[in-house]
Design a protein around this ligand. Structure first.
Ligand code: NAD
Length: 257
């Protein structure tokens, strides 16, 4: 098993990529701490893991609140004795996030608070725990929009993910000689509730898919598998990377017919 003896904390593990990663990490032998602001969804993930014979523990946490993040890390150490994998996955993508001209300050602040400050806090309180465990792996979820601009704007989201990438590189360098690897996961569009909101409009869906060389969205489990690789010791020399899982989007100048 690829995560035997690991303790993995996953934020936003009640839905989409985080949920798939929680189920997969548990199947690969990890004890999983499911951190969620949506309690019912988080508890559901834990129930599914336990039903399949895995180990999981729910903790309520809003990643944008320092007290919650400090407490979720403490809970992981208390429950399983240590923390060795931290998957900072939670993120938001509200409808009101659009053009720089239309996006209001409240939306900007909300998105930056969850998507960027949430990862800062995860690292701030998670790294001391990883150091106490003798090292570990951090996976921070950015996006392909951290690498490329989109004509369909989502200015706060894009800025937050660019910040995640920059923050990840710097933390990766600072802790490289102390046994901690930190990588940014950059998914392309994934078929999860986060995107389904946006894609209720068929025109917007078509406009996105036309730019994907593979001609389809990713499935959440395909992104979870990349997170598993980065979390496990198989990626032992990968550090500070922007790890794209995007069906070729960032490689493309144009797409096939
Ligand atoms: N779906 C995509 O197309 C896509 C593409 C690139 C990157 N991502 C990123 O992947 C990550 C997961 O996205 P997803 O598509 O699985 O979304 P999702 O909406 O299916 O799941 C996100 C989960 O995060 C939780 N969450 C939201 N705010 C939180 C907070 N403050 N504290 C704790 N938990 C919180 C939600 O309750 C939800 O369960 C996000 O960071 C997202 O930006 C998604």
């Amino acid at each position: 098993m690829r995560l035997e003896n690991k303790v993995a904390l996953i934020t936003g593990a009640g839905s989409g990529i985080g949920r798939e990663a929680a189920l997969l990490f548990a199947r690969e032998g990890a004890s999983v701490v499911v951190a969620e602001v949506a309690d019912d969804a988080g508890k559901q993930t834990v129930a599914e893991i336990e039903k399949a014979g895995g180990r999981a523990h729910f903790v309520h946490a809003d990643v944008s609140r320092g007290d919650d993040v400090r407490a979720m890390v403490a809970e992981a150490e208390k429950t399983y004795g240590q923390l060795t994998v931290l998957f900072n996955n939670a993120g938001v993508f509200p409808d009101a996030d659009g053009s720089v001209l239309d996006t209001d300050e409240e939306t900007w602040d909300f998105v930056l608070r969850v998507n960027l400050k949430g990862i800062f806090l995860g690292c701030k309180y998670g790294i001391p725990a990883l150091l106490r465990a003798g090292g570990g792996s951090i996976v921070n979820t950015a996006s392909f929009v951290a690498l490329m601009g989109a004509a369909t704007p989502q200015i706060a989201y894009t800025a937050s993910k660019g910040g995640v990438l920059a923050l990840t590189r710097e933390i990766a360098i600072e802790f490289a000689r102390r046994g901690i690897r930190v990588n940014a996961l950059c998914p392309g569009p994934v078929d999860t509730p986060l995107l389904q909101e946006l894609f209720r409009d068929p025109e917007r869906r078509k406009r996105r898919i036309v730019h994907i060389p593979m001609g389809r969205l990713a499935r959440a489990d395909e992104v979870a598998k990349a997170a598993l690789f980065l979390a496990s010791d198989e990626s032992s020399y990968i550090n500070g990377a922007a790890f794209t899982v995007d069906g070729g989007i960032t490689a493309a100048y144009t797409t096939p017919e």
